[in-house]
Design a binder for this molecule. Sequence first.
Ligand code: GDP
Ligand code: MN
Length: 396
Amino acid sequence: MNLHEYQGKEILASFGVRIQRGIVAHNAKEAVAAAKQLTVETGTGWHVIKAQVHAGGRGKGGGVKLAKNLNEVEEIAGSIIGMNLITPQTSAAGKKVHQVLVAEDVYYPGETETSEFYMSVLLNRSTGRNMIMYSTEGGMDIEEVAEKTPHLIYTEEIDPGTGLLAFQARKIAFNLGLSGTAFKEMTKFVAALYTAYVESDSSMFEINPVLKTSDNKIMAVDAKVSIDDNALYRRKQYAEMRDLREENPIEVEAGALGLNYVDLEGNVGCMVNGAGLAMATMDLIKQAGGEPANFLDVGGTADAARVEAAFKIILKDPEVKAILINIFGGIVRCDRVAQGVIDAYKNMGTINVPIIVRLQGTNADIAKELIDNSGLDVQSAVQFQEAADKVKQVLA
Ligand code: GDP
Ligand code: MN
């Protein structure tokens, strides 16, 4: 589950990670009040207005702007709230901005130059250990750094038995070229950040930039935090932070029904049991000249109610021109699934797109008979290729 920047920062701060402070505002008036309050609390004269959407690259899209007085706060907040923010990480349609974070300006001049670093905490799946990835090249697109100057990205793996050790935090501060106060601050920052990652059951932290201020403080200016969905049952306070407006509405509805659904751009809806078969089915659709409109794994129990729910979800996508049902009857018997398809079809009245059903496995022959004799506009197939050919026919 992804969080907004302000929510991620809230979690970091609760574990003692220094952050650029800010207050959320939903309209220009609230933004001005927030700016005034921040000035009282932090002494800042300038403020940064930051769009809160689930997408990075907001700065590039015009979603992060500096305001040098309260008039500018009002003006900038007013123009960012309600805007459709398009960044390199959103779709072409962009994301609607419902709120901004009014933050203290932390790039103030002082005794030393400010510097921006990159830091993330994530799981290295090949070693099964958490790692801290970091770089001197902060503030920019890390994918670009990885491509052009990969030697400037360092990683530090953490042994789960010992946790992050003090020497590792020092090594990170050293590799980032820090010394004196900033060095000590960085070791504290890294230790607190790692504790926050583990204790919040996060699956990813990305702090870009981590800032060294002109007075040698180290702080998180940005925060991309993802909490592990499987841990939300025991992290209720984070589960409550979920912002459904940021998620695909069809996916949200499917999730509530227990269906594993991912919305895609294509025109052939798929209903499959098992993630592997679902992937293979998507390949099959591509080979037949179509594009999958979704990934949908109905799971082991493809009874009538589930099949009907899945139909409804698939048909919410207006792009769908055909539906391919590809079910392997291992645990579930094919005739049950076939009956489920027929019942669901009848319950739904009219379905205006052609349906191709391939049922393979236990009682596949009975299932085919049921479909063929149902009198409904549903085509059955036994072989994979046959199903592909039928998809091609209906799309032609
Ligand atoms: P992103 O573009 O979505 O990654 O949003 P960030 O939170 O990383 O902000 C984008 C950029 O805005 C940063 O890389 C900074 O250069 C700049 N920025 C953020 N906070 C401040 C600030 O307090 N003062 C100034 N002058 N610039 C800031
Ligand atoms: Mn950033």
